[in-house]
Write a protein that binds this ligand. Structure first.
Ligand code: 8Y7
Length: 279
């Protein structure tokens, strides 16, 4: 499988690692450590040294109950970081936002992929991405970050996520985007109970049948806390296990905080996979 934009071409035969760069003082796992541009750039460069294949830069936390951030504040957080990295690094820069103005400014500054937890449903977002020749990750969410974990409900979570993602793909096609720009994501933890998250990972193949590369984000998420009893800062081992299982279930990109551990774990997956293919 391939993910392409004007600036990059990723052949997704082995699972790729997207490293998370949060520039959010209220982000639940980085706790404001990377608020300033230079610290965020330093963190990004660290993730690259650890083997990240893509960097995902975000300026507004989407954790449950997070306070929304103004457009100007989000721009002030992410644009200087993208400007400092663009042209200096060899991996694609993804902008994590649902706001079309942030998408446009980030692409202008050098981002070549958009990671949108609202799957380009915000007015104007589809148009920005369609005309800019960038990659896009379309994610499923039930509700909004403010309310999504109150009482998530589905009749058939896998089917409903699949139908939603297929509809968003159709919207992208109708806007003139090409197929090889698109990645799909079930949106773990976004309006899902523990049981919903588990069903989605078990049935990842059902989403793969849509024919697009899948991205999985389970890193440090609360479902892993529920499974292990560990607080967010102690979910490394659970997160690596989740990344390995995602890769075995067919995910082509995993979005993670702990790049080094994940890269090493996925090298083991890839080595075993390769030999199967050779024989
Ligand atoms: C995801 C995400 C977050 C995810 C994609 C967190 C921005 C919460 N989670 N984007 N963003 N997929 N595509 O725990 O699962 O990192 S924010």
């Amino acid at each position: 499988m391939i993910l392409r934009s004007a600036q990059f071409d990723l052949t997704l035969t082995r699972p790729h690692v997207m490293g998370i760069v949060n520039i959010t003082p209220d982000s639940f796992s980085d706790g404001g450590k990377f608020t300033h541009t230079s610290a965020a750039v330093e963190h990004a460069l660290n993730l690259l040294r650890q083997g990240a294949d893509i960097l995902d830069i975000g300026g507004e936390s989407t954790r449950p109950n997070a306070t929304p951030v103004s457009l100007q504040e989000e721009l002030d957080r992410v644009i200087p970081v993208i400007e400092a990295l663009a042209g200096k690094i060899s991996v694609p820069i993804s902008i994590d936002t649902y706001k079309p103005e942030v998408m446009a400014a980030a692409i202008q500054a050098g981002a070549s992929m958009v990671n949108d937890v609202r799957a380009l449903q915000e007015i104007g977002a589809l148009e920005v991405v369609a005309k800019c020749d960038v990659g896009v990750c379309l994610m499923h969410m039930q509700g909004t970050p403010q309310t999504m974990q109150v009482n998530p409900m589905y009749e058939d979570v896998v089917q409903e996520v699949k139908v939603f993602l297929a509809e968003r793909v159709a919207a992208c096609m109708a806007a003139g985007m090409s197929k090889d720009r698109i990645v799909l994501d079930p949106g773990f933890g976004f309006g899902k109970t523990r049981a919903h998250n588990i069903l989605l990972i078990q049935e990842l193949a059902a989403l793969q049948s849509l024919g697009y590369p899948l991205l999985v984000g389970l890193s440090r998420k609360s479902v892993l806390g529920q499974m292990t009893g560990q607080d967010v800062e102690a979910r490394l081992h659970a997160s690596v296990a989740a990344a390995v299982i995602s890769a075995l279930k067919g995910a082509k990109i995993v979005r993670v905080h702990d790049v080094k551990a994940t890269v090493e774990a996925l090298k083991v997956v890839a080595a075993i996979d390769e030999q199967q293919q050779d024989n």
